[in-house]
Design a protein around this ligand. Structure first.
Ligand code: AVI
Length: 315
C-alpha cells in the first residue's frame, strides 16, 4: 500500500504538469473533512441526492422492477454512513420486499457504525457488511444468482476520467446477470455560480481537504511540504462540465520527499492537479456506457434538477 502510494506520488510529482491522485484524500483526517463537506451549505450534491431518495423512493423502486416474492440483493459500493440509502431501505422494508443489503466499504469502522445504526433503525433488515475492494467483493457475490441492484451514489464516478468510468462500469457488468440494475448517482452539468462554490466553500473545508493530501505525504512519505506555501484552487468550465481541483505553490520552493529520495522544485504559481469532479448530461452518460453491457432504464432527478440517479439495466 505504502509502496503504491510512494510510486504514484513520485510519478505525479515528476509529471509535467504535476498531479497527485485524489484517491489519497481519504485518510482518517480526509474522511472527517469529507463528512464536513457533505454538510456544507455550498455542497449541494449530497442534499440533492438525498432529496431523490426521500421524495422519489417509489419511482426508484418501480424502476428496479422487483417482485415481492423474489429474494434480491441490494449492494452498495462505498456505503459510508448510508444516509441516503436508509431512506430506500426503510421503504423497501415497510413494503415487505425480501432482500439482503450488502454495504461494501474500505473502512471496517464505517461499516461497523452503519450496521449498528441500521440494526436500530430497521431491526428486520438483513445487513451483510463487506469490507474490501469493490470488485473482489462483487466477485465473491457472483455465486448467488439472485437478482442484484447495485448502488454507486454521490457522483463518485465523477472522480474518474470518462475512459476509466467506462471501464469501471464495464467491469461491474461482468459481475452481473441480464436484468440486474445499476443505480448511478451523478451530478449534472450546471452553471459555474452553483458548481464552483461547492468546491470552494467559505469556511475553507474543501481547501483543508485538498491540502491534507500534502500533509499526508509529509506524514507517510517523510516530506517537508510547508503547508503555508500552498493554496487550494478549484476551476470549473461549464462547456465541458468538469470541475478541477488544484494545489498552487504560492512561492518558489523546493520540497524533499525522503522516502522517494528526491527533491522537487516548484515555481511560484505552479499547479498540482489533484482531482476531477465530472458533471454529466444524457449524452455523456450514453457515451460512457456505449461499450458496456448496460442501457438506460430511467433517470430520476431532484426537485431542482441538479443531480440525477440513472437506473441502468444489464442487457
Ligand atoms: C467524492 N466525490 C464525489 C467528491 C466530489 O464532489 O468530487 C469529492 C470532493 N472533492 C471536493 N469536494 C468533494
Amino acid at each position: 500500500m505504502i509502496e503504491t502510494f510512494k510510486n504514484e506520488v513520485k510519478k505525479g510529482l515528476e509529471a509535467n504538469p504535476k498531479t497527485l491522485p485524489s484517491k489519497y484524500f481519504y485518510d482518517k483526517k480526509g474522511d472527517a473533512l469529507f463528512v464536513e463537506i457533505m454538510n456544507l451549505p455550498e455542497y449541494y450534491l449530497t442534499r440533492s441526492e438525498l432529496d431523490i431518495f426521500k421524495n422519489k423512493t417509489q419511482q426508484l423502486i418501480q424502476t428496479f422492477d422487483l417482485k415481492k416474492d423474489t429474494y434480491f440483493e441490494l449492494i452498495e459500493l462505498g456505503a459510508g454512513d448510508g444516509l441516503k440509502t436508509k431512506e430506500l431501505l426503510k421503504k423497501l422494508d415497510s413494503q415487505n420486499f425480501k432482500f439482503d443489503y450488502f454495504p461494501i466499504d474500505i473502512s471496517a469502522n464505517a461499516l461497523h457504525l452503519l450496521k449498528e445504526d441500521l440494526n436500530t433503525a430497521i431491526p428486520n433488515l438483513s445487513v451483510k457488511t463487506q469490507q474490501g475492494d469493490y470488485f473482489e467483493v462483487l466477485d465473491s457475490l457472483k455465486e448467488s444468482k439472485k437478482p442484484k441492484v447495485i448502488l454507486f451514489l454521490g457522483s463518485n464516478i465523477g472522480n474518474m476520467t470518462d475512459d476509466l468510468a467506462s471501464e469501471f462500469i464495464y467491469k461491474l457488468g461482468a459481475n452481473l446477470l441480464a436484468g440486474d440494475k445499476l443505480l448511478l448517482g451523478v451530478d449534472l452539468i450546471k452553471s459555474e455560480e452553483i458548481v464552483l462554490p461547492a468546491y470552494n466553500d467559505s469556511k475553507g473545508i474543501t481547501a483543508a481537504f485538498n491540502i491534507n493530501l500534502l500533509d499526508r505525504i509529509n506524514r507517510e512519505l517523510k516530506s517537508d511540504f510547508n503547508l503555508n506555501n500552498f493554496k487550494h484552487q478549484p476551476e470549473y468550465d461549464e462547456k465541458d462540465g468538469v470541475a478541477k481541483s488544484f494545489i498552487i505553490s504560492t512561492v518558489e520552493q523546493s520540497v524533499e520527499v525522503k522516502t522517494i529520495g528526491k527533491t522537487y522544485h516548484f515555481a511560484k504559481g505552479e499547479k498540482i492537479h489533484t482531482e476531477i469532479s465530472r458533471k454529466y448530461n444524457d449524452e455523456l452518460i450514453e457515451k460512457i456506457i456505449e461499450n458496456t453491457d448496460f442501457s438506460i432504464e430511467n433517470k430520476i432527478m431532484d426537485s431542482k434538477g441538479y443531480f440525477a440517479d440513472y437506473v441502468l439495466i444489464r442487457n
